[in-house]
Design a protein around this ligand. Structure first.
Ligand code: E4P
Length: 222
């Protein structure tokens, strides 16, 4: 399973990139709104900051509700930074979103169908030609459903029917989600920087570092 970071914050993206495990970035209108910067400018900045990742998702705006409007926005987004091939157009899981997905896929533009909450939605998105499908597990858990189970069902379905779309486990809230979606067959987990940091931690690691430091102080230095 690969790691994407789920943020529009440039400092967090740079920190995650430095660790060397980052394969992509996902943003959404809420994440961009937190930053107080112009959407297109931030996407350009992200593309420049992480030129070696496979994908940077930029979502069409909530104002684009028809396929035509989504395609028009996508056509502007794919021009950012002179037509950076890493840009992935994120589209909502609606009839119009699927229509736009099909159109963009035929043009060779990468797409990420977002706000997926059922296996059927994932199947439709994959059949429409989506490069990525994003089931939101945390939001399902919030309503007492099982987000990881959804990821595992989608992974099984894609295997049975040999569908190429990659599953991005999204709305990931904690390290246990990460372990469980990796075991469930997600190709990618997109996670906030705070969760990436938590993944590095264990109390025994901290205790071990402390013990080694204490013992090292007793080693003769000359
Ligand atoms: C994914 O692409 C979304 O940006 C994201 O994971 C949503 O997560 P949330 O439920 O924490 O807002």
């Amino acid at each position: 399973m690969k790691f994407f970071i789920d943020t529009a914050n440039i400092d967090d993206i740079k920190k995650a990139h430095k660790i060397g495990v980052l394969s992509g970035v996902t943003t959404n209108p809420s994440l961009v709104a937190k930053e107080g910067v112009k959407f297109e400018d931030r996407i350009a900045e992200i593309l420049q900051a992480v030129p070696d990742v496979e994908s940077v998702s930029a979502e069409v705006t909530p104002a684009a509700v028809t396929a035509e409007a989504m395609i028009a926005e996508a056509e502007e987004l794919i021009k950012i930074n002179g037509g950076d091939k890493h840009i992935t157009i994120k589209l909502p899981m609606t009839v119009a979103g699927l229509e736009a997905t099909r159109y963009l896929a035929k043009k060779g533009v990468k797409t990420n169908v977002t706000l997926i909450f059922t296996v059927n939605q994932a199947l439709l998105a994959a059949r429409a030609g989506a490069t990525y499908v994003s089931p939101f597990l945390g939001r399902l858990d919030d309503i007492s459903e099982d987000g990881v189970l959804l990821v595992s069902k989608i992974a099984e379905l894609f295997r049975i029917h040999k569908l190429d779309a990659q599953i991005i486990a999204a709305s990931v809230r904690h390290p246990d989600h990460v372990t469980r979606v990796a075991m469930a067959g997600a190709h990618i987990a997109t996670i906030p920087y705070s969760v990436i940091e938590q993944l590095t931690k264990h109390p025994l690691t901290d205790q071990g570092i402390e013990k080694f430091a204490t013992d090292w102080a007793n080693v003769p230095k000359n």
